[in-house]
Write a protein of this length. Structure first.
Lengths: 350, 593
């Protein structure tokens, strides 16, 4: 009997520009249920970071409590991490980000951690446009406590015990757009082809990036009648946009159909090539996406892809004009610049 | 690509690289697991059923299994399959009660076996339990053939050889030893129902160069000289010895010379070192006994002084490759002289069929080899069969055994009036090893240990005693550790399409990135689309039928560790780890293990 991942890797495993293979971006062996959607999302994060040549030590993995919040143990084991209190990941991340803005902040949360106990924190981190990627592993149930309906369970969804949910589900994407999020995407754990470029784009985005990922709970919410099962999501998935992430160094083809393709330049110079599958929708227009989300809800569709982007926004550190040097690197010289400077400040306030 | 046909046992057979590469298709992982469990007797019987000579082969096999071993691709060195086999043989208990019963009342059919080497003995082993009356002829005074005359005792002790030869001879086999068969017609006239020719390749090639005739008392043919040593006719050799040739016989000759008084023994070979025919480990063993191997030297002449051999001249060459064909081109340097008291020629061996009359209906081809069916091993005369080196040219013991099994099937079918071209199917079993959520009936925890070295006896002792076995074999503890290196490739990853929900868990967890879910394509394109492109085309792809999303599951068998994590992470048991047992059919479908 074992539950140990063998140390051998494929001898011809591809390497990225840093000379790392995917192995260097993996974590411990998952203890989640076999077939959990969360594991696929972890694998997508591994792929995205590998392909973007991110140095693992530059990433801070932030999480709260829940099945989803366990996953930072299962990816990027060479990165920093903070497993915080239930629903409090946003404030811990805010603190960390203000103290050191040179890191890449990757928050991982679940539907309970975000839409129930952490709802207040979520709302504020969105409106402050904190520079982070916030991934919600959304399975519509409390898997860790045996599958009770969560706040994101859709109205009418039937859980494993056969009971129908009689409350409206919270639409995290619509809510985030309403609260001023500057990058909002929705995806499905079972579609890595879509999810990986979205994660890459989110990591390149300057400001708050929400990715709501429908992630089936194989143990408690993969039954018939559930709206977050593998089968249901595959049948009702309505792809709004497919997206190619174009890294900084690659040349961008100028010859494309502007009615179908939108090129979005990211803060770091990389580009997103967005193939629009719906002509009415404009990724930079809030109204069009809110309409599309409401229409999709009426039709029992799950809109996936990049839903909304504002790449002209100002993230929190810029807004507050905080120091670009991490606080732990500031010395007494910078922190106590002397009486002359103090005098100057005081004069400015008179 | 078309979905893989899981019902064809050859698919899974090919996944078990070692077993597939073995001419006799011995179920290697099965016996390695038994060794790890300390069940040496059971491990021995698995071998004995398949390869007839586990103790002998565990010391002398050419090991086609080891270069094929998946561990050699995943890590660097293959599992020491051959020497683990020896562990089973060394530690087995008495097996006499496990041997097949030999009918007292025979079935009325008489078979002659010409030559008492591994091919004939394998035929005898398979046919004796079926009640055949077997007559074996050999010019030597004991059974074993080239295993006795050509393999030196320091590699294969006589007791080991005798024991395994006697298991067979004691099956009521009638022996005609010290009998050199000079006429097949005479044998056929003795009213045998069938004759099996397993006479090997008994003629060593000579090298005729200036001085060959004058120096003949000190110039020896390798296999004849080895036989003469084995039968105690030759006890010493000169101090300075040159061995010509780069095969395993050359290695046996030089090492034997070291034990018979040769203190300055050299192997001199035409080809570059890396292309010598000898197994790498045999070259190492020779070098370990202070025998230099001088490559790229083509023999020019024997030098005779006063009617006595004093050495040889060689031309220095280098290998050039034109369109993949090797050419040895002279370097232009002066010829080199190497002094020698004796020269042993070990440059290959040939068949010898003067004793087969040309009017018996047995056709010979342009190379004077009998025309033999490569599946049935029948000749063009319906009651005469061939096997071993006599059939398709010199190979090795394990090939002779495999051919012996096939010939026995044919002889049995022929004697029972059946069509010998209808070959019996292998005995195949496929059963789940699942015992619990993370529990399997095989040990799927893969060690990272590197290959263990087989300890050798002190060189001072082995070089002074020709019969002292050099290799000591693994002790039980080391054998266990080495056995744990086996990846259990016979525990197959079996996929059931209609259970798969395409959650990607198996793809994400696979430590060697073997599994990919993607859109189907032609094989070439599909191979390149996988997580790690499947460039090793000798390894198959396991391709599922189309799944719900329109994708297929593709697994590259190349680097699979058979660790079972795909099955452990599968929520719907679409993957299962199933043990696959494959035994080639033997005559009369007998099963001993």
């Amino acid at each position: 009997m074992t539950y140990i991942k063998p140390k051998f890797a494929h001898p011809r495993l591809p390497k990225n520009e840093l000379g790392f293979t995917r192995k260097e971006y993996e974590g411990s062996l998952s203890t989640l249920c076999a077939g959990c959607g969360h594991d696929s999302i972890s694998a997508a994060i591994v792929d995205a970071c590998f392909e973007m040549n991110i140095e693992p030590h530059r990433v801070a993995k932030m999480s709260g409590i829940g099945c989803s919040s366990k996953t930072p143990a299962y990816f990027l084991s060479n990165s920093h991490g903070f497993n915080s209190v239930h629903g409090r990941m946003p404030s811990v991340t805010t603190g960390a980000n203000l103290a050191n803005r040179s890191m890449i902040y990757l928050g991982v949360s679940g539907d309970g951690d975000t839409a129930s106990i952490g709802m207040g924190q979520f709302a504020h981190v969105v409106r402050r446009n904190l520079n982070m990627t916030y991934i919600v592993m959304n399975n519509g149930c409390y898997g860790l406590t045996k599958g009770q309906d969560s706040a994101t369970a859709d109205y009418g969804s039937v859980n494993k015990t056969g009971n129908m949910n009689s409350f409206e589900g919270i639409d995290l994407c619509a809510l985030a757009i309403e609260l001023g999020a500057t990058f909002v995407a929705q995806s499905f754990s079972g579609d890595k082809g879509q999810l990986i470029p979205i994660i890459k784009a989110a990591l390149s985005h300057s400001g708050f990036a929400l990715i709501n990922v429908v992630s089936p709970c194989v143990t408690f919410n993969n039954n018939q009648g559930s709206t977050k099962s593998y089968d249901y999501v595959r049948e009702h998935n309505e792809t709004l946009s497919s997206l190619d992430f174009v890294p900084v160094k690659e040349e961008i083809l100028t010859d494309y159909d502007h009615t179908k393709v939108t090129m979005v330049e990211m803060h770091d110079g990389s580009m997103i090539k967005l193939n629009k599958l719906s002509p009415e929708w404009n990724p930079e227009d809030k109204l069009s996406i809110m309409t599309a989300l409401h229409k999709a809800r009426e039709k029992h569709e799950i809109l996936t892809g990049l839903l909304y982007i504002d790449n002209q926004s100002t993230e929190l550190n810029e807004l507050l004009n905080t120091t670009s040097v991490p606080l732990n690197q500031l010395t007494e010289k910078e922190l106590c610049p002397g009486s002359a400077i103090l005098e100057e400040i005081c004069r400015g306030l008179r | 690509m078309q979905p893989t046909d899981y019902n064809n046992p050859e698919y899974y057979h090919k996944v078990v690289d070692c077993q597939y590469a073995c001419p006799a298709h011995t179920p290697v992982p099965q016996y390695i697991r038994l060794i790890a469990a300390g069940k040496y007797t059971e491990a021995y019987m698995v071998n004995w059923e398949s390869n007839v000579f586990p103790g002998i082969l565990g010391r002398t096999c050419d090991r086609p299994c080891e270069p094929a071993c998946r561990r050699g691709r995943v890590e660097e060195e293959p599992v020491a399959i051959c020497r683990l086999k020896r562990v089973a043989a060394d530690n087995k208990e008495d097996i006499s009660h496990l041997l097949p019963d030999i009918p007292k009342v025979k079935n009325g059919k008489k078979i002659a076996l010409i030559g008492a080497g591994p091919a004939s003995l394998s035929v005898a082993r398979d046919l004796a339990p079926l009640g055949y009356e077997l007559h074996i002829y050999d010019n030597q005074n004991k059974g074993g053939g080239m295993m006795r005359s050509q393999i030196p005792s320091f590699r294969l002790p006589a007791e080991v050889l005798d024991q395994e030869v006697n298991y067979i001879l004691e099956m009521d086999v009638v022996t005609h030893f010290n009998t050199y068969v000079t006429s097949l017609k005479d044998i056929l006239n003795k009213q045998y129902d069938a004759v099996f020719v397993g006479t090997g390749a008994p003629r060593g090639k000579d090298l005729i160069l200036p001085g060959r005739e004058e120096g003949k008392s000190n110039i020896h043919i390798g296999i004849d000289w080895l036989a003469s040593v084995a039968f105690e006719h030759t006890h010493k050799i000169g101090r300075r010895v040159i061995v010509l040739g780069g095969g395993n016989t050359a290695m046996d000759c030089c090492r034997t010379s070291r034990r018979l008084g040769g203190t300055d023994v050299k192997v001199i070979v035409r080809s570059p070192f890396a292309e010598m025919k000898a197994s790498p480990w045999e070259k190492e063993d020779a070098q370990h006994e202070d025998i230099p191997i001088i490559d790229n030297h083509v023999p020019k002449s024997y030098v005779i002084d006063n009617g006595k051999l004093t050495g040889m001249y060689f031309e220095k060459v280098k290998a050039e490759y034109i369109d993949g064909r090797r050419k040895l081109v002279p370097t232009g340097e002066a010829d080199v002289f190497y002094p020698a008291d004796d020269v042993i020629i070990a440059i290959g061996q040939e068949n010898k069929f003067e004793w087969i009359e040309k009017d018996l209906g047995i056709q010979f081809n342009e190379w004077d080899m009998p025309v033999v069916n490569e599946i049935t091993f029948s000749s063009t005369r319906q009651n005469v069969f061939f096997g071993g080196d006599a059939a398709l040219g010199p190979k090795n013991v394990i090939t002779a055994v495999a051919q012996g099994h096939q010939a026995a099937i044919s002889i049995d079918a022929y004697c029972q009036g059946q069509d010998i071209n209808v070959r019996p199917a292998p005995d195949v079993k496929l059963f789940s090893t699942k015992m619990g959520i993370h529990e399997w009936s095989y040990d799927n925890d893969i060690t990272t240990d590197i290959r263990y070295i087989v300890p050798q006896a002190d060189k001072a002792v082995t070089l002074s005693d020709r019969k002292k076995e050099v290799e000591l074999g693994y002790d039980m503890q080391t054998a266990f550790r080495e056995a744990q290196r086996c990846l259990n490739c016979d525990v197959q990853t079996v996929f059931t399409e209609n259970k798969c929900i395409e959650c990607d868990a198996c793809m994400d967890i696979c430590p060697t990135s073997c599994i990919t879910f993607t859109m189907n394509d032609e094989e070439e394109a599909l191979r390149m689309k996988l997580l790690v492109p499947a460039i090793n085309k000798t390894q198959d792809l396991l391709v599922s039928d189309t799944l719900k999303t329109g994708k297929v599951m593709v697994k590259d068998e190349d680097m699979c560790l058979h660790c079972g994590l795909c099955a452990e992470r599968c929520p719907t048991a679409a993957w299962d780890m199933k043990q696959f047992l494959y035994n080639t059919a033997k005559a009369g479908h007998l099963c001993y293990a």
